[in-house]
Write a protein that binds this ligand. Sequence first.
Ligand code: UD1
Length: 311
Amino acid sequence: MAVYLVTGGAGFIGSNLVEELVRQEAQVRVIDNFATGKPENLKPFEGKIDFREVDICDLKALMEAVRGTAYVLHQAAIPSVPKSVIDPIASHNADLTGTLHVLWAAKEAGVKRVVYAASSSAYGENPELPKREEMPARAISPYGLMKYVGEEYCRLFTQLYGLETVSLRYFNVFGPRQDPSSQYSGVLSRFITAMLDGRRPVIFGDGEQSRDFTFVANVVQGNLRACHAPGVAGKMYNLACGRRVDLNEVVTQLNQILGTSLVPVYEPSRVGDIKHSLADISHAATELQYTPSVQFEEGLRTTVEWYRQNL
Ligand code: UD1
C-alpha cells in the first residue's frame, strides 16, 4: 500500500490532511519539528500514524523519513508573512532551504509525486482580479518570495530529475485547528475566538478588504486530487473558493451565527496589506477535478463549532 508522508503534519493544514488520510485508511507517515505544529493536533491519530519528530532542515534525518514513501504532501513551513519580514533568515531556512531538502530527499527516494503548499502571497500587490496562474509573481514579502521560489524548484525538479511535483497556491485557508494565539494568526481564527469570548474583533483598516477564504477541507481535497491527477507534473494551481468576502461581512455573519451584536474595533491598516484577493480556480477545476465542496458560510459554522468545543 502506498505510503503518504505529510511534512508539518502536526500543524493546522497538515493535521487536517492526516485526518482525512487516516479516515481513508491510508498508510500515513508524519514529520514535524513542533516549531509551529502542536502534539495535541496529532493526539486523535495516535496508533494510526507513523510519527517521527524530524526537522526538514536536517537533511540526513529527512532522507531517512522520506525513504519508502510514495506521495509527499509538503506543508512544513513558517507560514507567516509578518514573521518573514521580522526574521527573513529563519523563514528562508524553513520555507526555502527546507523545501529544497524535501525535493532532494524525494528524488533520492524515488517518490511518485510531491505536492507542495504554495501561497497566494506570491502574487503580491498586482491589483488585477481574479488572480490567474499565468500572471507574473511579484511577491512583496520574503514569505511570498520564498513560497514562489519553492514552486520554481518544484517545476525544475520535474524538468531536471523527472520527479513529479504539483504546487498548490493556497488562498487564506481557515478551519478547525488553526492556531488563533498569535497577533499574526489568520484573521478568521482571531475573529471567531474573540467573539466567542464576547470581545469585539479588531479590524485593521476599513474592513472593506476582501479575501478568498478557503475552508481547509477544500484544501485537503485539492491535495489528494493533486497526488493522482494525470498529466499535471511540474504545474502550479490556485487552490481557493473563487469567491471573496470582506471583513465587515465576516463580522456580520459571525454575529448571526453566534447570536451576538459585537461591533468591530477599527485600527490602522497593516503595512503591506493588500486590498483584495480572489482566485480564478478554473485550471484546478479542469485539470485536478477540484471543486470547493464546502462554501464559506458552511465552513465558518463548522469552524465556530470546533472552537466552541475545543477552546
Ligand atoms: C497572507 C497571504 C496568505 C498567507 C498568509 C500567511 C495574501 C493574499 N495572503 O494572508 O496566502 O498564507 O498571509 O501569513 O497575500 N486582519 C484584521 N484583524 C486581525 C487580523 C487580520 O483586520 O486581527 C486583517 C489583515 O490586516 C488582512 C486580513 O485581515 O487585511 C487578512 O489577514 P490574514 O489572515 O493575516 O491573512 P493575509 O495577510 O491576507
